[in-house]
Design a protein around this ligand. Structure first.
Ligand code: TXA
Ligand code: MG
Length: 310
Protein backbone atom coordinates (compact mmCIF):
# COMPACT_ATOMS: atom_id res chain seq x y z
CA UNK A 1 0.00 0.00 0.00
CA UNK A 2 1.51 3.27 -0.95
CA UNK A 3 0.96 6.98 -0.69
CA UNK A 4 1.81 8.60 -4.02
CA UNK A 5 2.51 12.18 -5.02
CA UNK A 6 -0.05 13.27 -7.59
CA UNK A 7 2.24 13.11 -10.60
CA UNK A 8 0.75 12.78 -14.09
CA UNK A 9 1.55 9.05 -14.01
CA UNK A 10 -0.02 8.52 -10.59
CA UNK A 11 -3.18 10.41 -11.62
CA UNK A 12 -3.39 8.28 -14.76
CA UNK A 13 -2.96 5.15 -12.67
CA UNK A 14 -5.72 6.24 -10.32
CA UNK A 15 -8.06 6.75 -13.28
CA UNK A 16 -7.17 3.28 -14.57
CA UNK A 17 -7.83 1.64 -11.18
CA UNK A 18 -11.23 3.37 -11.00
CA UNK A 19 -12.14 2.23 -14.52
CA UNK A 20 -11.11 -1.33 -13.66
CA UNK A 21 -13.39 -1.40 -10.62
CA UNK A 22 -10.77 -0.82 -7.90
CA UNK A 23 -10.58 1.67 -5.03
CA UNK A 24 -8.25 4.65 -4.62
CA UNK A 25 -8.05 7.20 -1.83
CA UNK A 26 -8.39 10.63 -3.44
CA UNK A 27 -7.93 14.16 -2.09
CA UNK A 28 -10.77 16.67 -2.22
CA UNK A 29 -10.99 20.22 -0.88
CA UNK A 30 -13.20 18.98 1.99
CA UNK A 31 -11.86 15.60 3.19
CA UNK A 32 -10.13 12.60 1.60
CA UNK A 33 -12.52 10.22 -0.16
CA UNK A 34 -12.42 6.49 -0.88
CA UNK A 35 -13.15 6.63 -4.60
CA UNK A 36 -14.59 4.11 -7.04
CA UNK A 37 -16.61 4.00 -10.25
CA UNK A 38 -20.08 5.18 -9.14
CA UNK A 39 -21.70 3.17 -11.94
CA UNK A 40 -20.03 -0.14 -11.05
CA UNK A 41 -22.06 -1.95 -8.36
CA UNK A 42 -19.24 -4.39 -7.45
CA UNK A 43 -16.80 -1.53 -6.94
CA UNK A 44 -19.34 0.37 -4.84
CA UNK A 45 -19.99 -2.75 -2.75
CA UNK A 46 -16.23 -2.90 -2.01
CA UNK A 47 -16.37 0.66 -0.68
CA UNK A 48 -19.20 -0.22 1.73
CA UNK A 49 -17.23 -3.29 2.81
CA UNK A 50 -13.97 -1.37 3.34
CA UNK A 51 -15.67 1.27 5.49
CA UNK A 52 -17.90 -1.12 7.41
CA UNK A 53 -20.65 1.22 6.25
CA UNK A 54 -24.30 0.21 6.66
CA UNK A 55 -26.08 -0.47 3.36
CA UNK A 56 -28.66 2.25 4.04
CA UNK A 57 -26.12 5.08 3.86
CA UNK A 58 -25.87 6.44 0.28
CA UNK A 59 -22.67 7.72 -1.33
CA UNK A 60 -21.92 11.10 -2.88
CA UNK A 61 -21.15 10.98 -6.61
CA UNK A 62 -18.45 13.33 -7.93
CA UNK A 63 -18.60 14.66 -11.48
CA UNK A 64 -16.24 16.93 -13.39
CA UNK A 65 -18.68 19.72 -14.19
CA UNK A 66 -22.29 20.82 -14.37
CA UNK A 67 -22.35 19.61 -17.98
CA UNK A 68 -22.00 16.05 -16.62
CA UNK A 69 -25.04 16.29 -14.33
CA UNK A 70 -27.20 14.54 -16.92
CA UNK A 71 -24.98 11.44 -16.67
CA UNK A 72 -26.36 10.66 -13.19
CA UNK A 73 -29.40 12.87 -12.48
CA UNK A 74 -32.73 12.42 -14.29
CA UNK A 75 -33.85 16.01 -13.87
CA UNK A 76 -33.20 19.16 -11.88
CA UNK A 77 -35.03 22.39 -11.15
CA UNK A 78 -33.72 25.78 -12.36
CA UNK A 79 -32.47 26.36 -8.81
CA UNK A 80 -29.88 23.59 -9.32
CA UNK A 81 -28.33 25.60 -12.12
CA UNK A 82 -28.26 28.71 -10.00
CA UNK A 83 -26.65 26.92 -7.05
CA UNK A 84 -24.15 25.15 -9.30
CA UNK A 85 -23.16 28.41 -11.01
CA UNK A 86 -22.34 29.88 -7.61
CA UNK A 87 -20.90 26.94 -5.64
CA UNK A 88 -19.46 24.46 -8.17
CA UNK A 89 -16.73 23.46 -8.28
CA UNK A 90 -16.88 23.36 -4.51
CA UNK A 91 -18.22 21.83 -1.31
CA UNK A 92 -21.94 21.72 -2.09
CA UNK A 93 -23.79 18.47 -2.84
CA UNK A 94 -27.19 18.43 -4.55
CA UNK A 95 -29.71 15.62 -4.04
CA UNK A 96 -31.70 15.06 -7.25
CA UNK A 97 -33.81 12.33 -8.88
CA UNK A 98 -31.44 9.65 -10.19
CA UNK A 99 -31.11 7.99 -13.56
CA UNK A 100 -31.60 4.21 -13.72
CA UNK A 101 -27.95 3.72 -14.71
CA UNK A 102 -26.85 4.77 -11.21
CA UNK A 103 -26.85 1.45 -9.30
CA UNK A 104 -29.15 1.15 -6.31
CA UNK A 105 -26.19 0.18 -4.12
CA UNK A 106 -24.64 3.64 -4.77
CA UNK A 107 -27.75 5.44 -3.54
CA UNK A 108 -28.64 2.87 -0.87
CA UNK A 109 -31.89 2.05 -2.63
CA UNK A 110 -33.08 5.65 -2.87
CA UNK A 111 -34.49 7.06 -6.11
CA UNK A 112 -32.28 10.13 -5.64
CA UNK A 113 -28.57 10.69 -6.15
CA UNK A 114 -26.28 13.10 -4.27
CA UNK A 115 -23.90 14.86 -6.68
CA UNK A 116 -21.12 17.38 -6.43
CA UNK A 117 -18.33 18.88 -8.52
CA UNK A 118 -15.22 18.97 -6.34
CA UNK A 119 -12.69 21.77 -6.76
CA UNK A 120 -9.51 19.87 -5.85
CA UNK A 121 -7.45 19.75 -9.07
CA UNK A 122 -6.21 16.18 -8.42
CA UNK A 123 -9.72 14.83 -7.87
CA UNK A 124 -10.98 16.66 -10.95
CA UNK A 125 -8.16 15.28 -13.09
CA UNK A 126 -8.91 11.71 -11.96
CA UNK A 127 -12.63 12.09 -12.75
CA UNK A 128 -11.84 13.51 -16.19
CA UNK A 129 -9.32 10.80 -17.08
CA UNK A 130 -11.48 7.98 -15.71
CA UNK A 131 -14.43 9.34 -17.69
CA UNK A 132 -16.65 8.07 -14.92
CA UNK A 133 -18.61 9.66 -12.10
CA UNK A 134 -16.68 8.77 -8.94
CA UNK A 135 -18.47 7.72 -5.76
CA UNK A 136 -16.36 8.77 -2.80
CA UNK A 137 -17.43 8.68 0.82
CA UNK A 138 -15.00 10.09 3.34
CA UNK A 139 -12.05 7.70 3.60
CA UNK A 140 -12.63 6.70 7.22
CA UNK A 141 -14.12 3.63 8.82
CA UNK A 142 -17.79 3.96 9.72
CA UNK A 143 -18.39 6.48 12.53
CA UNK A 144 -14.76 7.55 12.59
CA UNK A 145 -13.23 10.94 11.90
CA UNK A 146 -12.88 11.93 8.25
CA UNK A 147 -9.22 12.18 7.19
CA UNK A 148 -8.01 15.61 6.09
CA UNK A 149 -4.38 14.53 5.50
CA UNK A 150 -2.91 11.48 3.77
CA UNK A 151 -1.24 10.37 7.01
CA UNK A 152 -4.62 10.33 8.82
CA UNK A 153 -6.10 7.55 6.69
CA UNK A 154 -7.12 4.51 8.74
CA UNK A 155 -5.14 1.27 8.20
CA UNK A 156 -8.45 -0.56 7.56
CA UNK A 157 -9.00 1.70 4.54
CA UNK A 158 -5.37 1.50 3.38
CA UNK A 159 -5.51 -2.27 2.99
CA UNK A 160 -8.55 -2.10 0.73
CA UNK A 161 -7.40 0.74 -1.57
CA UNK A 162 -4.83 0.30 -4.36
CA UNK A 163 -3.07 3.47 -3.19
CA UNK A 164 -3.53 6.97 -1.82
CA UNK A 165 -3.03 10.06 -3.97
CA UNK A 166 -1.56 12.63 -1.61
CA UNK A 167 -3.04 16.02 -2.45
CA UNK A 168 -1.77 17.72 0.70
CA UNK A 169 -3.91 18.85 3.64
CA UNK A 170 -7.57 19.45 2.70
CA UNK A 171 -8.24 23.16 2.49
CA UNK A 172 -11.73 23.13 4.07
CA UNK A 173 -11.56 20.15 6.44
CA UNK A 174 -15.36 19.70 6.81
CA UNK A 175 -17.55 17.73 4.43
CA UNK A 176 -19.74 19.34 1.77
CA UNK A 177 -23.13 20.86 2.52
CA UNK A 178 -25.86 18.49 1.30
CA UNK A 179 -28.87 20.31 -0.23
CA UNK A 180 -31.99 18.34 -1.16
CA UNK A 181 -33.70 19.62 -4.31
CA UNK A 182 -35.51 16.37 -5.06
CA UNK A 183 -38.73 17.07 -3.27
CA UNK A 184 -40.21 20.55 -2.93
CA UNK A 185 -38.30 23.45 -1.41
CA UNK A 186 -34.55 23.30 -0.92
CA UNK A 187 -33.51 21.75 2.38
CA UNK A 188 -30.15 21.32 4.02
CA UNK A 189 -29.75 17.65 4.91
CA UNK A 190 -26.20 18.07 6.22
CA UNK A 191 -24.65 21.42 7.13
CA UNK A 192 -21.15 21.71 5.72
CA UNK A 193 -18.41 23.81 4.24
CA UNK A 194 -20.79 26.16 2.40
CA UNK A 195 -22.78 28.04 5.04
CA UNK A 196 -26.57 28.12 5.25
CA UNK A 197 -26.39 31.94 5.02
CA UNK A 198 -24.48 31.81 1.72
CA UNK A 199 -26.99 29.39 0.21
CA UNK A 200 -29.98 31.32 1.56
CA UNK A 201 -28.62 34.57 0.14
CA UNK A 202 -28.66 33.00 -3.31
CA UNK A 203 -31.96 31.16 -2.95
CA UNK A 204 -33.69 34.21 -1.46
CA UNK A 205 -35.64 32.25 1.14
CA UNK A 206 -34.92 30.40 4.38
CA UNK A 207 -33.89 26.79 3.81
CA UNK A 208 -35.59 23.88 5.50
CA UNK A 209 -33.81 21.55 7.89
CA UNK A 210 -33.78 17.77 7.96
CA UNK A 211 -37.46 16.78 8.04
CA UNK A 212 -38.87 15.12 11.15
CA UNK A 213 -38.47 11.36 10.80
CA UNK A 214 -36.00 12.28 8.10
CA UNK A 215 -34.16 8.99 8.03
CA UNK A 216 -35.53 8.19 4.59
CA UNK A 217 -34.62 11.52 3.06
CA UNK A 218 -31.36 11.96 4.87
CA UNK A 219 -29.96 8.55 5.60
CA UNK A 220 -26.53 8.41 7.04
CA UNK A 221 -27.39 11.04 9.62
CA UNK A 222 -26.64 8.58 12.39
CA UNK A 223 -26.51 10.29 15.70
CA UNK A 224 -23.00 9.19 16.60
CA UNK A 225 -20.70 10.00 13.73
CA UNK A 226 -17.39 11.72 13.13
CA UNK A 227 -16.40 10.41 16.51
CA UNK A 228 -12.99 10.10 18.13
CA UNK A 229 -12.47 6.81 19.96
CA UNK A 230 -11.74 8.60 23.23
CA UNK A 231 -15.23 10.11 23.52
CA UNK A 232 -15.92 13.82 23.44
CA UNK A 233 -17.75 16.20 25.73
CA UNK A 234 -18.84 19.78 25.07
CA UNK A 235 -18.03 22.01 28.04
CA UNK A 236 -18.12 25.71 28.84
CA UNK A 237 -14.57 25.60 30.13
CA UNK A 238 -11.86 22.92 29.99
CA UNK A 239 -10.60 21.32 33.19
CA UNK A 240 -6.89 22.13 33.52
CA UNK A 241 -5.80 18.46 33.41
CA UNK A 242 -8.11 17.34 30.61
CA UNK A 243 -7.19 16.89 26.95
CA UNK A 244 -9.27 19.08 24.68
CA UNK A 245 -9.92 21.95 22.33
CA UNK A 246 -10.02 25.45 23.72
CA UNK A 247 -10.33 29.00 22.44
CA UNK A 248 -8.06 30.22 25.21
CA UNK A 249 -4.55 29.48 26.38
CA UNK A 250 -3.90 25.69 26.56
CA UNK A 251 -3.34 24.56 30.16
CA UNK A 252 -1.43 21.38 29.25
CA UNK A 253 0.26 19.66 26.26
CA UNK A 254 -2.93 17.79 25.37
CA UNK A 255 -4.95 20.94 24.88
CA UNK A 256 -5.11 22.62 21.49
CA UNK A 257 -5.91 26.26 20.91
CA UNK A 258 -8.54 26.51 18.17
CA UNK A 259 -9.18 29.40 15.78
CA UNK A 260 -11.98 31.83 16.66
CA UNK A 261 -13.16 31.89 13.03
CA UNK A 262 -15.61 29.07 12.16
CA UNK A 263 -14.07 28.28 8.74
CA UNK A 264 -10.56 28.14 10.15
CA UNK A 265 -11.86 26.04 13.08
CA UNK A 266 -13.55 23.60 10.69
CA UNK A 267 -10.38 23.25 8.65
CA UNK A 268 -8.37 21.92 11.61
CA UNK A 269 -11.10 20.22 13.69
CA UNK A 270 -10.67 16.61 12.54
CA UNK A 271 -6.88 16.67 12.57
CA UNK A 272 -6.87 18.22 16.06
CA UNK A 273 -9.30 15.54 17.35
CA UNK A 274 -7.21 12.80 15.76
CA UNK A 275 -4.08 14.12 17.46
CA UNK A 276 -5.79 14.05 20.87
CA UNK A 277 -7.45 10.73 20.10
CA UNK A 278 -4.18 8.92 19.44
CA UNK A 279 -2.70 10.30 22.64
CA UNK A 280 -5.47 8.34 24.45
CA UNK A 281 -5.71 10.36 27.64
CA UNK A 282 -9.43 9.98 28.26
CA UNK A 283 -12.48 11.98 27.23
CA UNK A 284 -11.72 14.94 25.01
CA UNK A 285 -13.28 18.16 26.30
CA UNK A 286 -14.32 20.74 23.73
CA UNK A 287 -15.06 24.33 24.68
CA UNK A 288 -18.46 25.08 23.13
CA UNK A 289 -18.25 27.45 20.18
CA UNK A 290 -20.52 30.52 20.16
CA UNK A 291 -24.21 29.78 19.60
CA UNK A 292 -24.29 31.52 16.23
CA UNK A 293 -25.46 30.45 12.74
CA UNK A 294 -22.00 30.52 11.18
CA UNK A 295 -20.96 27.73 13.58
CA UNK A 296 -23.75 25.38 12.40
CA UNK A 297 -21.54 22.90 10.52
CA UNK A 298 -18.90 22.72 13.27
CA UNK A 299 -21.61 22.31 15.93
CA UNK A 300 -23.26 19.55 13.89
CA UNK A 301 -19.99 17.58 13.86
CA UNK A 302 -19.25 18.23 17.54
CA UNK A 303 -22.74 17.15 18.56
CA UNK A 304 -22.46 13.96 16.54
CA UNK A 305 -19.02 13.26 17.93
CA UNK A 306 -20.27 13.69 21.49
CA UNK A 307 -23.40 11.54 21.13
CA UNK A 308 -23.13 8.28 23.00
CA UNK A 309 -24.34 5.06 21.52
CA UNK A 310 -26.66 4.34 24.43
O1 TXA B 1 -17.27 16.61 1.29
C1 TXA B 1 -17.83 15.56 1.05
O2 TXA B 1 -19.03 15.49 0.76
C2 TXA B 1 -16.99 14.27 1.14
C3 TXA B 1 -15.94 14.32 0.02
C4 TXA B 1 -15.13 13.05 -0.08
O3 TXA B 1 -16.55 14.66 -1.19
N1 TXA B 1 -17.80 13.11 1.06
C5 TXA B 1 -18.61 12.71 2.08
O4 TXA B 1 -19.26 11.50 1.84
O5 TXA B 1 -18.76 13.34 3.09
P1 TXA B 1 -19.94 10.66 2.99
O6 TXA B 1 -20.22 9.34 2.37
O7 TXA B 1 -19.10 10.64 4.18
O8 TXA B 1 -21.33 11.36 3.24
C6 TXA B 1 -22.41 11.12 2.37
C7 TXA B 1 -23.68 11.65 2.97
C8 TXA B 1 -24.60 10.55 3.45
O9 TXA B 1 -24.27 10.11 4.74
C9 TXA B 1 -25.95 11.24 3.40
O10 TXA B 1 -26.10 12.01 4.56
C10 TXA B 1 -25.81 12.16 2.20
O11 TXA B 1 -24.43 12.32 1.96
N2 TXA B 1 -26.42 11.57 1.00
C11 TXA B 1 -25.83 10.87 -0.01
N3 TXA B 1 -26.73 10.48 -0.93
C12 TXA B 1 -27.94 10.95 -0.51
C13 TXA B 1 -29.26 10.88 -1.04
N4 TXA B 1 -29.54 10.26 -2.17
N5 TXA B 1 -30.24 11.47 -0.33
C14 TXA B 1 -29.97 12.10 0.82
N6 TXA B 1 -28.74 12.21 1.38
C15 TXA B 1 -27.74 11.64 0.72
MG1 MG C 1 -18.38 10.49 6.10
Amino acid sequence: MSVLSPTVDAIRDAARVIREGGLVVLPTETVYGLGCDALNPEAVAKVFEAKGRPQDNPLIVHISGFDQLGTVAASWPPLAEKLAAQFWPGPMTLVLPKLDRVPVVTTAGLDTVAVRVPSHPVMRAVIELAKRPIAAPSANVFMGLSPTKAEDIDPEILVEAEFVLDGGPCELGLESTVVDLSDGGPRILRPGAVSRADIQALVGQPLGHIPPGGVRRSPGQHLRHYAPRSGLRLVSELEPDAPGLTFGEPANDSQVRMPADPKAYGAVLYSALRRLDVSGKGTIQVESPPDRPEWEAVMDRLRKASATLF
